[in-house]
Ligand binder design. Structure first.
Ligand code: 0O2
Length: 208
């Protein structure tokens, strides 16, 4: 019956939500362990802030439709790798690469995809390090894997991305090219400041 089908789909969705939520918790726990270890070892935290989100059902359906895929949890699990998202804001650029390396060292995490938009910024000027990691979740009877998208950036990169994102959403139409150019030049100036702060940090701490 219609009612049975509906409750079946609903149950599937709850299960999916639980799995991806748990995968986020696994990664967040590990990131917190690393951050605490750093403060014990070096009296400093590399992580300024961690945010996470699960894509909303509306947004999942919208993305499946846009890609011309069937509206099902199976299609979402197979094709959408950003259902679970974590954003890590660091203090320095070197902290980003330290965290990337530490995530890569976990032999139970499989890196599915990585993109270094710091070395190769997006045409918009966007900078961040993106990784998609397949994370194991130990459930009551078995282990399941879920992909988690991790965006790692400095406070400065986050400042630019947040404002640019807000500006893009405020204007329903496309941003005019001269403004896009101005945003890109802001991103560049911010990136220079990030490098300058990194150099100051290294000088003060006698690191070469
Ligand atoms: P939201 O609301 O943040 O979730 P690919 O298909 O792999 O080539 P894809 O899937 O577009 O590329 O992933 P990409 O570009 O590696 O990363 C997408 C996410 O990065 C976006 O998520 C944003 O969070 C962020 N991002 C990418 N480009 C920009 C940019 O120019 N400005 C800002 N502010 N953020 C950016 P969503 O799903 O678009 O949005």
């Amino acid at each position: 019956t219609m009612k049975e089908t509906f409750s079946h789909v609903f149950y599937d969705f709850l299960q999916l939500q639980h799995l991806y939520d748990s995968a986020i918790e696994v990664v967040k726990t590990y990131l917190n362990i690393l951050d605490n270890e750093f403060s014990v070892k070096f009296q400093r935290n590399p992580i300024h802030n961690i945010e996470s989100r699960l894509k909303s059902p509306q947004s999942i359906i919208g993305k499946l439709q846009k890609k011309g895929l069937p509206i099902s949890t199976e299609a979402a699990r197979k094709n959408l790798l950003d259902l679970a998202g974590i954003r890590v804001t660091c203090y320095y650029i070197s902290d980003i690469y330290a965290i990337v390396e530490m995530l890569g060292r976990r032999d139970d995490f499989t890196i599915i995809k990585r993109k270094d938009y710091i070395k190769k910024p997006k045409p918009s000027g966007y900078r961040s390090y993106h990784m998609i990691i397949n994370v194991p979740v130990y459930l009551s009877t078995h282990k399941e894997y879920a992909p988690v998208e991790i965006q790692i950036r400095t406070i400065a990169m986050d400042f630019w991305a947040s404002l640019e994102h807000q500006l893009k959403y405020k204007t329903s139409s496309d941003i005019p090219p001269e403004i896009a150019e101005e945003l890109r030049s802001c991103a560049e100036r911010i990136a220079e400041t990030d490098l300058q702060m990194q150099r100051i940090y290294m000088q003060i701490n006698n690191i070469d």
